[in-house]
Write a protein that binds this ligand. Structure first.
Ligand SMILES: [Zn+2]
Length: 194
């Protein structure tokens, strides 16, 4: 009921991580577990130019979660930003492809309300404290985009490719909430098995 991870115990609504560390976002939706097949698929999508995979992912996202997103009153999709350096390297931000595709299919706008701040180190091998420090200020509110809108949405869905520990989504949610967004949901292709 929070991160979207599949649970083995049907009586439980929250996984261990979500019970220990409650998140600021309402709920995340993930289509597939991040197994070896998804690992290959998403790596090709992100690093090997297979932009066309977005269509396939989006179709499943909408089929599985479209009605939830409508029921929860999502007014906009917000892609998780990547650094300019990474975008230059890849030629695109995979989260934007997904958010724009979802927007088109569902008739809900896709808005860049977040910018990427300073570049971060890889998170592997860092302690929880170091991780937090590393990611501090890595997501910033995009005031220009907000100003260009006639009205700020109250409820949005963050869009990303993979949900691993939830740190990225948590940080993005905090920035959105600090700037007047009331409820934040998440939708992604794949979630770490945990
Ligand atoms: Zn959870």
């Amino acid at each position: 009921m929070c991160c979207g991870r599949e649970l083995t115990d049907e009586q439980q609504e929250y996984c261990v991580q979500c019970r220990l560390h409650p998140m600021s976002f309402q709920r995340n939706f993930a289509v597939w577990e991040y197994d070896k097949w998804m690992k290959k698929s998403i790596a090709d999508f992100k690093y090997n130019g297979r932009k066309e995979y977005a269509e396939f992912y989006i179709r499943h996202m909408v089929q599985l979660f479209g009605t939830y997103l409508l029921r929860y009153g999502i007014e906009a999709f917000v892609p998780v930003p990547i650094s300019d350096k990474r975008r230059r390297g890849r030629g695109y931000n995979q989260a934007e492809l997904l958010a724009d595709g979802l927007a088109k299919r569902m008739g809900i706008p896709s808005v860049r309300l977040l910018n990427r701040g300073r570049d971060t180190l890889p998170q592997n091998g860092l302690s929880p404290e170091e991780r937090k420090r590393n990611l501090k200020d890595s997501f910033l509110w995009n005031e220009a985009e907000a100003k260009s809108m006639t009205r700020l949405p109250q409820t949005v869905a963050l869009v990303d490719d993979i949900f691993t520990t939830g740190t990225t989504m948590e940080l993005c949610t905090k920035v959105l909430q600090a700037n007047g967004i009331l409820s934040v949901y998440g939708i992604c292709i794949s979630i770490g098995i945990g």
